[in-house]
Design a protein around this ligand. Structure first.
Ligand SMILES: Cc1cc2nc3c(=O)[nH]c(=O)nc-3n(C[C@H](O)[C@H](O)[C@H](O)COP(=O)(O)OP(=O)(O)OC[C@H]3O[C@@H](n4cnc5c(N)ncnc54)[C@H](O)[C@@H]3O)c2cc1C
Length: 394
């Protein structure tokens, strides 16, 4: 059954229940979850699925710090807990390996103040993460040289909630899942160019027009201008992109090693022993996909941090542009004034850990079923208010 055989009838033509723009990690999870719920879905993607910001290889799934708990932190925590089962289901349905493992994370402590703050967070973690995950402060790294003692003069935090997955593995699994679903159509080579929310119609970049029941804008950094237009706001007001660069090393490291994170540098061992190292955070850039000396600096710092990778040969470099909403939190839910247009954008640095739960929220909203609560700070109107305040303050 393709979308022409199901869904709602609008403007005299069969329309998918849900038109999804963008086949990155956000749009793919949404398509899979909506199709599992019985909705007919048309997913449109102008480039390659997973060819945007989701095309990297880091795959860190790291929680926010456990203190000053709020709706965003709770949402992400629940998402990180659920992801283990979500991945297990996806792998068993598709036979595609996602390279997921809950390896935990080490945070080197470089100052006495940092150590004192970390000790305070032990109680916060117990309160907010519960008994299943540990958050401990040690005098020395749990595994020798991971990281180097010299880089952790005040000890380390070791927490057991963090995990990692293989981004290409997950993208392949999601594509395999939706390919097997009769109520999904994937249209490549065309994106959403314009929307007429009152008519429930979208014009695609190939010149065709598609009617829809709901439209989800899950097209990464390019979602913000479309969301703004649907909300009647200036194009650049709701968010933009932050470039990141990463490198992959052939380190033959042990895949059970925890992630190491220190002041913007991530070191992540994957199942095949390759080690992903990242990431730069660049607000201003000319070339969104080029790599340069900023990455050299990150790799240098990572090699110092973890001597195991000191001489590991570099096998790949990559850059992408992370979608970051104006209010910093993800942007999720109906667009004010156009309630059948849904935002699913702004996952910034945590999309791989939360996209499945963001999808659950939208699918529940469309299907009228119970779903996870969307934090108020994720709403488009919250972000629009932030944008207005920013304009007012010059
Ligand atoms: C160096 C780096 C390291 C990162 N590390 C991590 C990490 O360790 N953990 C983590 O969780 N996150 C990480 N991120 C962030 C994460 O990769 C992104 O937040 C995530 O990929 C965003 O997914 P997305 O689906 O929203 O957007 P994208 O992956 O960019 O997908 C959007 C898709 O929409 C398509 N599109 C564009 N315009 C249109 C249109 N008009 N109509 C239809 N489709 C359109 C694009 O072609 C693209 O395929 C990292 C990012 C970078 C750059």
């Amino acid at each position: 059954m393709g979308v022409a055989d199901s869904g709602v009838v609008r403007n005299g033509q069969a329309a998918p229940d849900l038109l999804v723009a963008g086949a990155g990690v956000a749009g793919l999870w949404l398509t899979v979850k909506a199709a599992r719920a019985g909705l007919s879905v048309l997913l449109v993607e102008p480039g390659n699925p997973g060819g945007g910001a989701s095309g990297g290889f880091l795959g860190a799934l790291m929680p926010h710090s456990p203190e000053r708990w709020n709706g965003k932190k709770e949402f992400q925590f629940q998402a990180l807990v659920e992801l283990e089962d979500e991945i297990a289901r996806l792998e068993s349905e598709t036979g595609t390996f996602c390279g997921y493992r809950r390896v935990g994370r080490i945070l080197p402590l470089t100052t006495e103040r940092g150590r004192a703050a970390a000790l305070d967070q032990i109680a916060d973690a117990r309160t907010n993460w519960g008994d299943r995950f540990r958050y401990e402060v040690h005098h020395a790294p749990v595994r020798s040289g991971w990281p180097d003692m010299l880089r952790a003069p005040h000890g380390v935090v070791h927490e057991t909630l963090s995990a990692r997955l293989s981004p290409p593995g997950l993208i392949m699994a999601l594509l395999a899942s939706l390919a097997a679903m009769p109520n999904v159509d994937l249209r490549l080579g065309a994106g959403v160019a314009d929307i007429a929310p009152d008519e429930h119609k979208a014009r695609l970049s190939d010149g065709s027009t598609v009617s829809y029941g709901h439209l989800a804008l899950a097209n990464g950094v390019d979602a913000f201008p479309l969301i703004a237009r649907a909300a009647g706001l200036p194009a650049g007001s709701l968010g933009g992109g932050v470039k990141g660069q990463a490198a992959l090393l052939d380190a033959r490291a042990s895949p059970d090693l925890p992630l190491v994170y220190d002041d913007g540098v991530y070191v992540i061992v994957h199942e095949n022993g390759h080690v992903a190292v990242g990431s730069t955070s660049e607000r201003a850039f000319d070339d969104p996909v080029g790599t340069d000396g900023h990455l050299d600096e990150i790799v240098k710092r990572a090699r110092k941090l973890c001597p195991v990778i000191k001489h590991a040969p570099e096998i790949r470099r990559w850059a992408g542009v992370r979608p970051r909403a104006i209010g910093r939190d993800p942007m999720l839910g109906p667009v004010p004034g156009a309630p059948d247009v849904l935002a699913m954008a702004g996952g910034f640095k945590i999309s791989f850990g939360i996209a499945h739960r963001m999808a659950d929220c939208l699918v529940a909203g469309i299907a009228g079923t119970a779903g996870p609560e969307i934090p108020q700070s994720f709403s488009v109107s919250h972000h629009a208010a932030k944008a207005a305040a920013k304009t007012a303050n010059g």
